[in-house]
Design a protein around this ligand. Sequence first.
Ligand code: HSE
Length: 376
Amino acid sequence: MHNIAILGFGTVGSGLGEALLTDRERLARHLGDGLDIKYILDLREFPGHPLGDRVVHDFNIILNDPEIELVAEMMGGSHPAYDFSLAALKAGKHVVTSNKEVVANFGAELLETARQNGVRYLFEASVGGGIPVLRPIINEAVLHEVRSVRGILNGTTNYILTQMRIHGTPFADALSAAQSMGYAEANPTADVDGLDAARKIVILAALAFGVIVKPDDIPVKGIRDVRPEDLQAAGACGGTLKLIGSASRECGGLLISVRPCFVRHDRLLAHVDDVFNAVSVDTGVLGEVVYYGAGAGKLPTAAAVEADITDILSGSVQSQEALTWKAGSRDDLCDASLVSYSWFISGGTDSRITEPMTEEAVKKLCAAGQNYYPCL
Ligand code: HSE
């Protein structure tokens, strides 16, 4: 019997419990042995829940139980999620997580600790919800030079922008709907102001380029200033506006950012709507590959965690040997103000696409009340 523990029984943790119960027989066939959720760590009780008798309130019970092979950290937030993950890895237990905040801020250390202790630290669910996107990028980066990774990485803001564009839904109403569907973070400002996407793009950049920088060190702009009229004007100019996380090599460093961008209708990303996410990876040999699927939500995210668990317990993880992240700093980043793009200027009938220029130059071109967005 494989014994595991779930830390945190909120949206994703309870989704994982549900998925593992539903798939119990299939998993046992695949693993050649049963899988039992021996403990669930949470501050709350869950009377009447089929797993309610597994609830404990002291992490040390899990840490000190030699039968626990794997810990699924679904707590969210940095602490104590990071501390518990580190302790579990040091105790020789595998850790899987959906917690992008911990992976983005402590991933280099946790991967190294896993390696030193002969266990795995996997986090497929931390980016793109249910989309299996991290493993293909790891495998691709081993073979080929990755030129860029770009994507729609936050389901909540993509849902809001879609509702604003198609139905003219006010921002606050669209955000409430995203919250009620379990897409938004506990504090939805992390979604709306781009921090959630920033955590995800630094993880993707680390997979592609081997250096992980802090989300706080990259330029980040959310969707608060996007107006319904900007979305309309973008449509008239042959595109739409999407919150894009982007990482590429430019001017001798890494250019990593999150900001709303103009995406032409002939790009696949322009057609990724609602809670869906998509990640576009460009390698010299393969060209552009786009991964698409549900970017948030209880069961899609739980399914990605479940995939990590089964890969580890069946011994089929190979990709992690390639995962060595250097902890980076601002010195690894290139100065975004030096880079030229074409820009979409939103200004009613005066809306237009510019020639490539720097942000400082486009700012000077814009009249009061005009918004500008880089073109993807
Ligand atoms: N709040 C996140 C989103 C959840 O909306 O994409 C998935 O990471």
